[in-house]
Design a protein around this ligand. Sequence first.
Ligand code: PEP
Ligand code: MN
Length: 339
Amino acid sequence: MLVVMKPCADPVQIERVCQEIRVLGYTPHVMPGAGRTAIGITGNKGPVNALPLETLAGVEQCLPVTKGYKLVLRDMKPEGTHVQVGGCGIGGGTYFTVIAGPCSVESTQQMETVAQFLKDQGVKILRGGAFKPRTSPYSFQGLEQEGLAILKDVGARFALGTITEVMDTGAVEAVEAHADILQIGARNMQNFSLLKRVGKATKPVFLKRGMSATLEELLLAAEYVLHGGNHNVILCERGVRTFADHARNTLDLSIIPSVQKLSHLPIFADPSHAIGKREFVEPLAKAALAAGADGLMIEVAPDPDHALSDGAQTLSFKAFERLMQNLRPLAQALGRKIN
Ligand code: PEP
Ligand code: MN
C-alpha cells in the first residue's frame, strides 16, 4: 500500500503515519516529493487494512498495491526522481544527461585524454570500467583496483562525476570509495545479494537491464535497491537478445515510455552496447532522446581500434563530437537541455 499525504501535510503528521504503520507491524518508507510526500508500506504478507491510516491527519489517500514492486511506482513520486551527482542533475524531465567514456579504464593517460575531451564537449560524467564482466576468461578483465584509483584521480582533477561497474558484493566498499555512481551491469541485474548490498550504499546506482529481463523484472530489481534504503536509482536500457543478428543486441526503445508511465525512476539508453557497431550509435542515440530517455551512456575512446574491450562499438572523438552537435538541436526542439 502507498499512503499519499496531502500537499500541506507537516513532518509531525508524516511521523504519526509512520508510527501507525510500525504499530501495525510493517515498515514505512518515506519518499518526499516536490508537491507531496508518499509513504510506502512493506513487510505486509497480505493486504493492508487502510482504515487506521486513512483517518489520520494529513492523509490524502491510501492506494493498494498489487504488484511485487511499490517503492519504484510513479505514485510514490509523481514528479520523477532527480539524482544529483556533483553539479549534474539527472532525471526529472528537463535534463538529458550524457555519460561517456571508454569501456575500460586502460591507463592514466588514456583517461586524462578522454576526460579533457569530454570536458570540452560539456559532458559531466565520465565512465570507465575497472572490473569487466567478460564473456571469455581470456579477455581483458580490467585494471581492477588500479583502474578505480585512476578513475577517481582523473575524475577529481577534471572535475567530472564518475561511474564504474561493481560486479560483486565484496567490491562495493572499494567502488563506493572511488566512484560517484555504482553501475550494476546487465549480467548482474538479478544478482540479489548485490542489489541488497548496493541498497545500503550511499552512492546512486545505475542499474542496467538484463539482456533477457522483462520490464517487471527490471522494476523488481530496482525495488530491491530502494527497499534497502537507497532511493537514487537510474535505470538503463542497453539492448536485449532477440532473433535479430544484424546487431549485438536490440535496443528496446519501447521500455522508455513504459518505465516512465509506471515508475518515477530515470531511464537511460546505452546505444553502444545495444547495437555493438560504432557507425550506428548516433541514430540510436537520437532515437532514445526522441523517445524521452533521461540520458545516454556512450562509449568513446581516443583510439577505439586498439581498445582493450568493446572497440567495435566505441566512438572516436570525431564521431562523438558530431553526435553531440547533432543531439543539441534535437534536444532543443524537444524542450530538453543536454548536460
Ligand atoms: C559496460 O557498460 O561496459 C557493460 C559491460 O555493460 P552491460 O552490462 O550493459 O553489458
Ligand atoms: Mn563496454
